[in-house]
Structure formats: structure tokens, C-alpha cells
Write a new protein. Structure first.
Length: 262
């Protein structure tokens, strides 16, 4: 009988770890005049938290949050030599001023330079992406939207739950990447570093009819613990909101402050 109890214990442990505790932070989304959710995984407690249980497993385009795995894949495949190699701007004027210049990998990650990562995609190729997305267990693994577009509101989709699970693997270094790739990639991800915490993160923004979708994902190493977060907000495409982008970070930081993580 005791041997039958062991698999049951493992199953119950797994179910408890995947359960989500509801967080009372809807007010920050209402105050920002957006809809969406904030989700968190507390490594110390081994517990998931979210403001919306339905949203937690809803998959949408990752947009530029895909630059996290894309950076690691590009480094591993030597599509880019290192974080300092510069790719030349082609002279085409694009919507973000920071894109209209030569970029290295650090700049391209920070500024979400689309053309830079599209060039890396051409160097990596579809077959490599299919292989990596399967091994990374990243979202729905679907690249049918095109080699340079699949993460930009087309075929690739991921949920907040899947974002959190992927980020845990990045932190734990349990993905099929070398020590060098982890060292460079994780340093590129650093957005803020203080005596109290280190924040690694990435934003994303996709226009997918009928909504703008804004992401902010990452993790905080703080007080001897690690907290993984995924914020996703929406607004109608036809609604003008000049500060939609900043609201991703504002809401996230309000909640992280309330949770005494930052």
C-alpha cells in the first residue's frame, strides 16, 4: 500500500504547486483604465499567485518578451558573436528613434529593436527555432506566422503561467544553453540592480485585433528569494492612450512594492 501512496503524494504536490492564490490588486488596473492581470511565482513558497485565474492560462502573442529566449538562442547558435557585436542599421526610418541607428545586442534588447532580432532570426533559421521551442517548451511552439514575424502578434502564443515557468528555467539554468550563453544573456536581462535586489525583465507590445497587448515579465532576486512575475494589459486598438506602454511597469511595480518585493 505504501508504494501506491508515493505516486499519489507526487500528484498532490504537483497539483498544489500549480494552484493559484488570488491576489487583490484589481484596483491598479482600474485606476490605469486597462484590463489584464498580474501573476507571480514565489520560489521560496513554491506557489503561484494571480489577480485573474482565467487570464493566468490565456495564451496570446509574446511580442517582444520573446526577446528573452531569442537572445539566448542567438548567442548559443552564434548568430551574434557576443553582446558587443554591432549590426548596421539599413537606413530605413522606423517608428522608434532608438531603432534608427546601429545596434549591438545590449541596445537591441533594451530598446526592443525589431529589425535587429529579425536579422538574427534569418541567421538562426526555421529549423533551429522549431527545435529550440520544443526543447524550451515555450508556449504553443508555433512559427507558421513567418520566420521574422511569428512572435510579433501572429502564430506564437504564450500564457502568463507559461511565461513564469520559462523564467524559472532561465533562472535555474535548466535549459539547453552553455554557461557562456547564460552569463551573457542573464546580464543583458538586468534592468535594475541595487543593494537590496536585482531585477531582470522584458517588455512586449503587440497589436492583435481587437486589442493592444502589453507585457512586462521578469524576476526579482530579493531578500534571499526569487519572485517571477508576468503582467499583461489590454486596451482596444481604436482607443488612444499615450501612456499605455509605461502602465505595464507602473502596475507591476505598484504590486511588487505592496508585496514588499521591491
Amino acid at each position: 500500500m505504501k508504494y501506491l501512496l508515493i505516486p499519489l503524494f507526487i500528484l498532490l504536490t504537483s497539483l498544489l504547486a500549480s494552484a493559484q492564490t488570488l491576489l487583490p490588486f484589481d484596483k491598479y488596473f482600474r485606476e490605469a483604465d486597462v484590463t489584464g492581470s498580474f501573476s507571480l511565482y514565489d520560489l521560496g513558497k513554491k506557489q503561484y499567485f494571480t489577480t485573474d485565474k482565467a487570464e493566468f492560462r490565456k495564451a496570446t502573442s509574446p511580442a517582444s518578451t520573446f526577446k528573452v529566449p531569442n537572445t539566448f538562442i542567438a548567442l548559443e547558435e552564434k548568430a551574434i558573436r557576443d553582446e558587443n557585436e554591432v549590426l548596421k542599421w539599413d537606413g530605413t526610418q522606423r517608428m522608434v528613434p532608438a531603432w534608427n541607428q546601429d545596434n549591438d545586442l545590449k541596445m537591441a534588447y533594451k530598446n526592443s529593436t525589431v529589425w535587429f532580432y529579425q536579422e538574427l532570426a534569418r541567421r538562426i533559421g526555421a529549423d533551429k527555432y522549431k527545435s529550440y521551442l520544443k526543447r524550451l517548451d515555450y508556449g504553443n511552439r508555433e512559427i507558421s506566422g513567418g520566420l521574422t514575424q511569428f512572435w510579433l502578434g501572429t502564430s506564437l502564443k504564450i500564457s502568463p503561467e507559461e511565461q513564469l515557468k520559462f523564467l524559472q528555467k532561465v533562472h535555474n539554468e535548466s535549459l539547453p544553453f552553455s554557461e557562456r550563453t547564460y552569463r551573457i544573456g542573464k546580464e543583458i536581462m538586468v534592468e535594475e540592480k541595487t543593494d537590496a535586489y536585482t531585477l531582470r525583465a522584458k517588455t512586449g507590445w503587440a497589436e492583435v485585433d481587437p486589442s493592444d497587448i502589453g507585457w512586462y515579465i521578469g524576476y526579482v532576486e530579493s531578500k534571499g528569494n526569487v519572485y517571477f512575475f508576468a503582467t499583461r494589459i489590454y486596451k482596444p486598438l481604436d482607443e488612444k492612450m499615450d501612456d499605455f506602454g509605461p502602465k505595464r511597469k507602473t502596475i507591476t511595480r505598484q504590486i511588487l512594492h505592496d508585496l514588499t518585493i521591491l
